[in-house]
Ligand binder design. Structure first.
Ligand code: ADP
Ligand code: MG
Length: 361
């Protein structure tokens, strides 16, 4: 079995991140393989991979241009690291005057807020000041946890009521209620990227492909051996990048958020702080839930939900999935061993992979 596990490095923080999900391709020598165009590269401080079965017209270079063109368009809207990006410029705008933004950015904000509201505001794009305070943003990496006072101060400018999005037919404006408000859309960047590249490939008529942007994946049809695409959810309790459980993607968008790779260690206490921040307390996630996987029709939607569901923890995440008919799976750290739980909707993705494995035997 050959498993392609993508190693991810955050360009901005130089921390080693997990892919959480990987493309897993079972080798089967009896089945003849189609040629594919496969590319890998870096974007949004992480890695991406695209695989077009049957080959992409124009080959690797053209496919790279397509993918990186889409990523550049998204980054120019939502990056909080790139000084030229719209969101960066808004964050840097220390004023409560209206700030004109593009329709594209306003839609991303509107839709991310909508997803956050569905899950008790646990995905909250106003966490920007806390993300920076904890050292996961554009400010320098921390070696010590912030004080309660600092956290309380930042909490005052966190919440959906701390900014306003004003739109009319042609224009959109963002308005800060406090000049220090900062928005953070990092949580949906990977999903937006995967959706955008998948949409382009679909429009161009490709039927069998997979797009992975770190923990977000979109795929259609079958792999080079004519089999349904597989992904592996990573074992968050293992120091090695080990696949914990394989699933079939079944033409859906799969994303995983994890609390266990992108973190910093407080040198004094030795405590580890994850980059997923609970907007209610101002603290990074510290419960036993290590990863949450969400499957839906859109990688953007799954990606907007997974971080918030991770913040809520496995029990609430699974409850929410059951009530709303979503495929949600969680991995908890149960005394150092992974505890895997999932909603009924998730079962078919697991069963498909088991079936594939049984056919090989
Ligand atoms: P993962 O790498 O686990 O998939 P993402 O990259 O999707 O996570 O999102 C994590 C990023 O989202 C953080 O680095 C931070 O910028 C931002 N973030 C952290 N907590 C929240 C939250 N509660 N709501 C929205 N965004 C958050
Ligand atoms: Mg996310």
């Amino acid at each position: 079995m050959k498993e392609i596990v993508l190693a991810l490095i955050t360009g901005t923080t130089l921390l080693l991140l997990a892919p959480f999900i990987c493309a897993c391709d079972k080798q089967d020598t009896k089945v003849s393989e189609q040629t594919s165009t496969v590319i890998q590269g870096k974007t949004m401080g992480t890695f991406y991979a695209v695989n077009v079965v049957g080959g992409y017209k124009g080959g690797e270079e053209a496919l790279r241009n397509l993918a990186e063109g889409e990523f550049a368009r998204i980054t120019a809207e939502i990056s909080t690291f790139d000084k030229e990006a719209e969101l960066y410029r808004f964050n840097d705008f220390h004023s409560t005057e209206p700030f004109k933004i593009s329709k594209e950015l306003s839609l991303i904000i509107q839709n991310t807020v909508y997803q956050g509201r569905r899950i008790d505001d646990a995905t909250d794009i106003t966490v920007g000041p806390l993300v920076n305070l904890w050292g996961f943003g554009k400010d320098k990496k921390n070696s010590a946890a912030p004080t309660q006072e600092q956290i309380n101060e930042r909490l005052q400018i966190v919440g959906f009521d701390k900014f306003e999005l004003r739109t009319n037919e042609n224009e959109a404006y963002l308005i800060k209620k406090d000049p220090n408000v900062r928005l953070d859309l990092a949580t949906v960047g990977e999903g937006l990227g995967a959706d955008a590249v998948a949409a382009k490939l679909a429009i161009e008529g490709y039927k069998n492909f997979m797009v992975n942007v770190a923990g977000a994946s979109r795929s259609y049809g079958t792999n080079a051996k004519g089999k349904k695409w597989r992904l592996g959810i990573e074992d968050p309790t293992s120091p090695q990048r080990r696949v914990f459980v394989p699933i079939c993607a079944l033409d859906k968008a799969v994303t995983t958020a994890g609390s266990y790779r992108n973190y910093f260690k407080d040198e004094k206490s030795g405590r580890i702080y994850s980059h997923a921040i609970d907007p209610r307390t101002g603290y990074p996630v510290s419960h036993q839930t290590m990863s949450v996987t969400v499957i839906s029709d859109s990688a953007f939607e799954s990606d907007a939900l997974d971080t918030g569901l991770l913040v809520l923890g496995a029990d609430k995440a699974l409850d929410w999935g059951r009530k709303n008919g979503y495929a949600v799976a969680t991995i908890e750290n149960n005394d150092g061993k992974p505890l895997f739980r999932y909603t009924d909707e998730f079962k078919k993705y697991l069963d498909c992979a088991t079936q594939q494995d049984n056919q090989k035997k």
